[in-house]
Write a protein of this length. Structure first.
Length: 410
């Protein structure tokens, strides 16, 4: 082995020998030196794998190693990358000129070095763009689920959209014609270099197309989030207004005798549904039970419950007849009749009596009111319900409905 091979192999062996220490440092964020691990920590620090933290005895993973682990574990990925496409293109052009000059001088080692530089530069640029787009797409798909508030989602969407637009401007520094000029300006270009350039062009076109779609989705999501924020703000404002301006205050009549028994408050539960662990009388017995269970070497196995498999029904399923609520049809016909009368009132009880419905009058009126509340807003605005009944004496906001008059108002 050469010196470089030995150095790389030694670094890998050092990583393998300190696997538990490095894993503990990555998971906990830092590790503290003591008499047992001080030698291993000093060796890892000299190798550039650990760095000192806030205190002299505290150590953390270096940035390169932590980013490598994050990348391999697909954790803590960020869509914002420091990508300078203009600098990358300039670097590739210089490496291509150096690679061509080395081949013309028949210096194979130098040519291989420049070819690896070109491959690394193109691969790292494409990989950074791919990671940025994948993490950005995942954030959009989850509607920025790492934040919970609407304002936070809007702020994250705006930041992502600004970064995506900046990325579009950065990609404009890559001119496909210049990339094709790399191929056309050198007729005797080796195939290993031409393959790398062609693969970069294909991946670049795919990234530009995907980025365009991501920007469109982010703009659409931002519009939806802003609408949701406006709706939430209006709801909060309406709730605050209703709390400050109540239409009526409910009376505390739950303990009075002249109201129906259904509306009276019943006595509270005298028995608890479970064991009261806060009762000091039961704490000693509960503690002894817990200690006894902990001392058992083999916990008691739960009782086996034999399950009988149900036979598979292979018969042809029968057609289920369509069930339709007849009273719902009657109510819809009543609404249609009120709309056809052009402002004349229609009595709900007269319609109930004319149709000969076999339902109590009070329940019929309740169903009409319930169906009216379920109508679309523009239909409710066209029909006015006039409730006729007797107000209960001593109760604010309560009324016994005896008749409903329907009238078209628009």
């Amino acid at each position: 082995m050469s010196f470089d091979h030995e150095q790389i192999a030694g670094l890998i062996r050092k990583l393998a020998s300190a696997d538990q220490l490095l894993a503990q440092t990555y998971i906990n964020g830092s590790v503290f030196a003591d008499d047992d691990n001080r030698g291993a920590i000093d060796s890892l620090k000299k190798s550039g794998l650990l760095r000192t933290a806030d205190t002299s005895d505290e150590y953390r993973l270096t940035g390169d190693l932590k980013r490598l682990i994050d990348r391999l574990l697909l954790r803590n990925q960020r869509y914002q990358q420091n990508i300078n496409m203009a600098k990358m293109i300039l670097s590739v052009e210089e490496d291509i000129d150096d690679y061509r000059g080395a081949l013309e001088r028949n210096n194979q080692d130098e040519a291989q070095y420049h070819l690896e530089q070109i491959d690394d530069t193109l691969y790292e640029a494409i990989e950074a763009l791919e990671n940025s787009l994948s993490v950005m797409f995942a954030a959009i798909t989850s509607q920025f689920g790492f934040v919970s508030s609407l304002s936070g989602k809007i702020r994250q969407n705006q930041r992502a959209l600004a970064y995506a637009q900046q990325l579009v401007q950065e990609l404009n520094h890559v001119r496909i014609d210049d990339c094709y000029d790399w191929l056309s300006s050198w007729s005797a270009m080796p195939p290993e270099l031409s393959r790398k350039i062609i693969r970069f062009i294909d991946q670049y076109k795919s990234i530009v197309e995907r980025l365009t779609g991501i920007v469109g989705r982010m703009k659409e999501l931002l519009f939806k989030l802003r609408l949701q924020e406006q709706t939430a703000n209006r709801c909060r404002a309406m709730a605050q207004f209703l709390r400050q301006h109540p239409e009526w205050e409910p009376l505390d009549w739950s303990v009075e005798n002249n109201i129906p028994r259904l509306l009276q408050r019943g006595p509270g539960l005298t028995l608890q549904p479970g064991i009261n662990t806060a009762n000091p009388i039961l704490q000693a017995d509960l503690a002894s039970i817990v200690h006894e269970l902990r001392r058992q070497a083999k916990p008691i196995a739960p009782l086996a419950r034999g399950s009988v498999s149900s036979p598979l029904d292979t018969g042809t399923p029968e057609r289920v007849p369509y069930a339709q609520d007849l009273y719902e049809n009657y109510i819809e016909n009543l609404f249609a009749l009120a709309l056809d009368q052009q402002g004349r009132k229609v009595s709900a009880l007269h319609y109930w009596r004319d149709q000969g419905l076999k339902v109590e009058a009070g329940l019929w009126l309740d169903m009409i009111f319930a169906q009216y509340c379920c109508l679309p807003r523009h239909i409710r605005q066209m029909i006015n319900l006039e409730m006729q009944g007797e107000n209960l004496a001593g109760f604010d906001g309560n009324q016994i409905i005896e008749e409903i008059q329907l009238q078209r108002v628009a």
